[in-house]
Design a protein around this ligand. Structure first.
Ligand code: ZN
Length: 82
């Protein structure tokens, strides 16, 4: 059912260029550099075994504040860089 989604999610590697399509609409429409977030909050969620392992989104051009902590499932890999 959600196999396709899960597969695409699994393709996101550290440093991948991604598109964010989650609830933070101000982050839509631009490409982000995604790295696994190791901050305290995300690390705790990871150790608790929560499925929503978080990524930090970094603006490659440093024009926007960040990083933003987002759920992996809110990301798709950018087709432009795939
Ligand atoms: Zn974090």
């Amino acid at each position: 059912m959600s196999d396709t989604l899960l597969r695409s999610v699994d393709l996101i590697e550290p440093g991948a260029i991604v598109i964010y399509h989650g609830s933070l609409t101000s982050l839509h429409g631009t490409a982000w550099l995604a790295v696994p977030c190791t901050c305290g909050i995300c690390d705790a969620a990871d150790r608790l075994g929560l499925p929503n392992v978080r990524f930090a989104l970094i603006d490659p051009w440093s024009e926007l504040p960040g990083p933003f902590h987002v759920r992996r499932e809110s990301l798709t890999r950018s087709a432009a860089c795939g």
